[in-house]
Structures are given as structure tokens and as C-alpha cells.
Write a protein that binds this ligand. Structure first.
Ligand SMILES: Cc1cc2nc3c(=O)[nH]c(=O)nc-3n(C[C@H](O)[C@H](O)[C@H](O)COP(=O)(O)OP(=O)(O)OC[C@H]3O[C@@H](n4cnc5c(N)ncnc54)[C@H](O)[C@@H]3O)c2cc1C
Length: 525
């Protein structure tokens, strides 16, 4: 994948489509558009998936929550897309069990929850839930508070690695001829035929103006910034959600657990991830600058610990044992701050500002449907509107080639690698040793391949999004940075000084945004 074309070259071409934003929404649109033969350019101002799409709870769910609020069609679409992703990209999108424990006098009880799941299963066309008595619940969630526990409802949805999901789509789009650039910001958009976008290379400072028949802004929480150039009002309410990563043994859960927070009754999750346990998420207005990394605040940290204290009386989570944290900003379409954050709709919205189409909101699960809808909205601006109408690609994710599992890899690892890398798997396997990095499941070969082939500009791209090493090893993997340099230097162009700067930059970002606030920091903003 060539992600290094200068912006001046990007400006020389007449594009059918320029997609602004390299999260799940933009990557999905580029994937579908390139498949349909549109000359497509995608630009991302930071790294791919740097925005919300590497910071979600990583659940590919059918939208049980939508069903609870009567949004049947939305649930039906999401359930179908979930099934499609499970079938097309196994290993990347995997079934995940959820358990909702039921306590006496706590809503929702097993009957009402079971009814909701009955309908959910009916939409999926298969039964996916059962009721577990208390002792069976404890088999799955050993440390759960037993007092007044009536049992639990177990059901199935799915999980993924959100950043890798975005990368898979970007590779697919690239294969179909799309041009992809990270670290290029759209600083201005203008309507017209063609519409134009001013591009700024964030690394070199170079600027140029590119033209396209159709411009799509898929900039999530940043949507208002570009739409303001078009005279539109503000429509986005950025809502922050944070997570804590703790060693599995300190809070062991064998499935995702849905728990009602004791202070406000909000649904929260504790779930297994990459051999660790994650607690999340919060939901509150984000007042910070969107261009800064969002960070977990001290009140959020305490709120999440309160959840663990309440439901897991003997848990071993201490402040010092937190391995990492991450925060993301939900691009919620709303201007009414009187509504409680968690009551806000998560539905996406599309605006057509005469040749500049913007989209915000939505979920990981429904990226394909959103992409189709966006392209249908923009169709009148294309030379041949029919190109984007009608059925899309048969498969969004091309499969990995049928090859034998190399010795030393478990079937579980093999399954994951096929899902993560699809057709690129043979190249990944030959990029480096097929051994794990420290205690993670990530192989050195994956790291080296990503360093050489996935548009990595900074060390944080490699350790926080291409892989998750920075969130899985103590102190962001500080002790492994020299070994990482030794492994990756041959496939990168960085000098020894560059490596020194990159390590320092990475550790600063990690300390500020992927760990905990200093204990004396009281800010809740
Ligand atoms: C805490 C949390 C938990 C969540 N959990 C789930 C979940 O479990 N399942 C689920 O389905 N959804 C979940 N979501 C929602 C989901 O993550 C988001 O809806 C989705 O990632 C939004 O994707 P996006 O591509 O629209 O936005 P983003 O991923 O934010 O992408 C937009 C991109 O546009 C770029 N950009 C902005 N302005 C410019 C510009 N001028 N030029 C170039 N690039 C620009 C940004 O840098 C950014 O990378 C969660 C969200 C949060 C915050």
C-alpha cells in the first residue's frame, strides 16, 4: 500500500470521490466506492483509525439497545450485518458471549430481558440465548457478587479489533485501486462541479487543492468543523467514553458481562480482550479539543472502579495494577444537551450540502449499509449515478488463501491471522519470526509487516493501532522498545535519531492518553 504520494500529485488527478476521514465510516465508503470502479481518494488527518474507530468497546452487535427502544428496522439491519461479518471475516469478527446477571429487585429481570432476546434471536433467525442459574453464572464469572444473585441470561453477539477492521477495509480499497493517505488534513471544502478540497500534509506542511465530482466527509466527531465552511449549523454532541485495561487474573471473566452501574443504573461492560480484562465505558460530554488525544479523567477512573468494587467484592484491581486505558469520543448527532448522554440515539445521519455529503453517527457493525446509503445520496453528482446504485460487492472481505498452518502456530492463532490479514497473510507470515511479542498474542512477523506495509509514520501508529502492544504490556511496552527497533528498523527509513525521537514521542502519548491521570488531577472535563 503506497500511502506516501505527495499532496501535489493528489491534486493533479480528477477524482470521482474524495473521502475525508479514515475511520470505519470513511474506510467503508472507500472500500465500496473503489469496488464500483470510482476513482477514489481517502485522506485521514492523523493515522488510520486514530479517531473513535480504534477506541470503541470493539463490539459488533446487532443493537439490542435499539430493539429496547422500538427501532426494529435498525436492529434487523445490524443483526444481518453482524452475521455477514461473522461469515466473511471470521478471526477478525468473532462470536462473543455476553452474560447479564440478574439480581433481586434489579431491572431488567430475566423475564423481560428474555423476551427482548427472543425477539432479537427471531430477527437473527437462530436461538442465541439461555438462562443460567446462579452457580452456572459463577462458572463464567467466578468473582461475581453472589448476594441476591438470581441467575443470568447468556446471549451471543460478536467482537472485533476495531482498528484492524478499519485496516482490512483500507487494504481492500487499496486492492481495488483507491488512493489512501494518512496524515493529510482537509482544511477546506468547497461545493461546486467539481467540488474541491484543500489538502495539507501534516508532516511536510505542503498544501494543494484536489477536485472531485463528489466529496464525502466521514469525519465523525469532527463533522461540524468542515460543515461550518458550508454554512451548516452545529449538529454533533461529542460524548466521551473511557476504558480501563487490567490483567485478566485480577478480574477474570470468561464472557462479556453487562452490569448496571450502582450509582446511576447505566449499563456497563466488563469483557475479556487480548488476554486482559477491560472495564468500560463511561458516557459524558467531551469538552476537550478534538484534535488532542482524549484521556480518561480521575472521576471516570473512580466511576469504573466503583463498578468493579460493587460487583466483584474480592477483585484484585488496584491503581498500580492498571495496565492501560483508552478513551474515545462518540460522534452523536444531537444538539440537545438536556438529554442524558446515554439516552442519546446512536443512529447515523447524512447531509447533502450540494456536492459535499457528510455522514456522522452509526456503529462499527453497520459500516457497509452506511457506505451504500452515502454513495446513493451522492450519486447525482457522479458522471454515472447508476454505478453506485444496485447491489454492492458480493463480499466486503476477501478471504485468506488456502495454505497450511505453519508449525508452531495454534489453530486459534491461525484463525485470527487469517481474519486479520486476509489475502495478505502469506506476506505477513514471511515478514518475520512467528513468535509472540512478550506475553501478547501478537507475532513479531505481524509487527514487522505492519511497519513496512501499512503506512506507519510514527511509533504510536505501530504500537497503538496496527498492533495493541502499547495497551497490553506494562508501561506501554517500554522494556521492549529496543527489541522493536531492532526488528523493524530494516523495513523502515528511520535513522537512529528518528528512533530516539519516536520512542520519546510514543512514551509521552502513552503516558498522557493511554494510562491513568495523575492522582491529584481532579478535572472532569
Ligand atoms: C467509548 C466508545 C465505545 C464504543 N463502542 C462501540 C462498540 O462497541 N461497537 C460499535 O459498533 N460502536 C461503538 N462505538 C461507536 C463507534 O466507535 C463509532 O461510531 C465509530 O467508530 C465512528 O466511526 P467514524 O469513522 O464515523 O469516526 P472516526 O473513527 O472518528 O473517524 C473519523 C476520522 O476523521 C478524521 N478527520 C477529522 N477531520 C478531518 C479532516 N479535516 N481531514 C482529514 N481527516 C479528518 C479523524 O482524524 C478521524 O480519524 C463506540 C464509541 C465510543 C466512543
Amino acid at each position: 500500500m503506497n500511502t506516501a504520494l505527495p499532496v501535489t500529485q493528489l491534486a493533479e488527478k480528477q477524482w470521482d470521490l474524495i473521502v475525508i476521514g479514515g475511520g470505519i465510516t470513511g474506510a467503508g465508503i472507500a472500500r465500496i466506492a473503489a469496488d464500483r470502479g470510482l476513482a477514489t481518494l481517502l485522506v485521514e488527518q492523523q493515522d488510520f483509525a486514530w479517531g473513535t474507530s480504534s477506541r470503541s468497546s470493539k463490539m459488533v452487535h446487532g443493537g439490542l439497545r435499539y430493539l429496547g427502544s422500538g427501532q426494529y428496522r435498525l436492529t434487523r439491519d445490524a443483526v444481518r450485518e453482524r452475521q455477514r461479518m461473522l461469515e466473511e471475516a471470521p478471526g477478525l469478527v468473532e462470536p462473543l458471549h455476553y452474560i447479564m446477571p440478574h439480581y433481586q429487585r434489579q431491572f431488567p429481570g430475566p423475564r423481560i430481558f428474555g423476551l427482548l432476546l427472543w425477539l432479537y434471536d427471531k430477527i437473527a433467525g437462530r436461538r442465541n440465548h439461555d438462562f443460567l442459574p446462579g452457580d452456572r453464572v459463577l462458572d463464567w464469572i467466578p468473582g461475581l457478587r453472589r448476594e441476591r444473585l438470581k441467575g443470568g441470561t447468556r446471549f451471543a453477539d460478536a467482537g472485533t479489533d476495531d482498528a484492524r477492521l478499519v485496516l482490512r477495509l483500507i487494504h481492500e480499497a487499496d486492492t481495488d485501486g483507491a488512493t489512501i493517505r494518512n496524515y493529510v488534513r482537509a482544511t477546506h471544502v468547497r461545493q461546486g462541479a467539481p467540488a474541491s478540497v484543500t489538502l495539507e500534509d501534516r508532516e511536510t506542511g505542503e498544501t494543494a487543492t484536489a477536485r472531485a465530482r463528489l466529496v464525502v466527509s466521514a469525519t465523525g466527531a469532527w463533522t461540524d468543523a468542515l460543515r461550518q465552511h458550508l454554512g451548516a449549523d452545529r449538529t454533533i454532541r461529542p460524548l466521551r467514553g473511557s476504558h480501563l485495561v487490567v490483567p485478566f487474573w485480577r478480574l477474570p471473566v470468561a464472557s462479556s458481562v453487562t452490569l448496571m452501574h450502582p450509582e446511576d443504573g447505566r449499563a456497563m461492560f466488563i469483557f475479556p480482550w487480548e488476554g486482559m480484562t477491560v472495564i468500560g465505558t463511561t458516557d459524558l460530554d467531551h469538552e476537550g479539543d478534538l484534535n488532542d488525544e482524549p484521556v480518561v479523567t480521575e472521576p471516570e477512573y473512580r466511576y469504573m472502579l466503583t463498578l468493579a468494587d460493587h460487583y466483584f467484592p474480592d477483585h484484585q484491581v488496584t491503581r498500580d495494577s492498571i495496565v492501560a486505558s483508552w478513551s474515545g469520543v462518540r460522534p452523536v448527532v444531537s444538539t440537545n444537551h438536556d438529554v442524558a448522554p446515554s439516552d442519546e440515539s446512536r443512529e447515523h445521519e447524512i447531509w447533502d450540502d450540494s456536492g459535499v455529503v457528510s455522514v456522522a453517527g452509526g456503529k462499527l457493525t453497520t459500516f457497509r449499509l452506511i457506505a451504500e446509503e452515502v454513495l446513493a445520496t451522492g450519486a447525482p453528482y457522479l458522471a454515472d449515478p447508476e454505478v453506485v446504485r444496485g447491489p454492492g460487492p458480493n463480499r466486503v472481505f476477501r478471504p485468506a488463501p488456502e495454505t497450511d498452518r505453519p508449525p508452531g502456530l495454534s489453530s486459534r492463532q491461525w484463525h485470527r491471522l487469517k481474519g486479520y490479514y486476509g489475502p495478505d497473510l502469506p506476506d505477513v507470515l514471511s515478514a518475520g519470526p512467528l513468535t509472540r511479542i512478550a506475553t501478547t498474542d501478537t507475532l513479531w512477523a505481524e509487527l514487522v509487516w505492519a511497519a513496512g506495509h501499512e503506512g506507519v509514520r510514527h511509533l504510536d501508529d505501530l504500537l497503538l493501532r496496527r498492533t495493541r502492544i502499547g495497551m497490553l504490556l506494562p508501561e506501554g511496552g517500554r522494556d521492549w522498545l529496543d527489541a522493536i527497533e531492532t526488528a523493524c528498523a530494516p523495513v523502515m527509513t528511520w535513522s537512529a535519531d528518528d528512533w530516539g525521537r519516536e520512542k520519546a514521542r510514543y512514551l509521552t502519548i502513552w503516558r498522557q492518553a493511554y494510562y491513568l491521570p495523575r492522582e491529584d488531577a481532579e478535572s472532569g472535563a
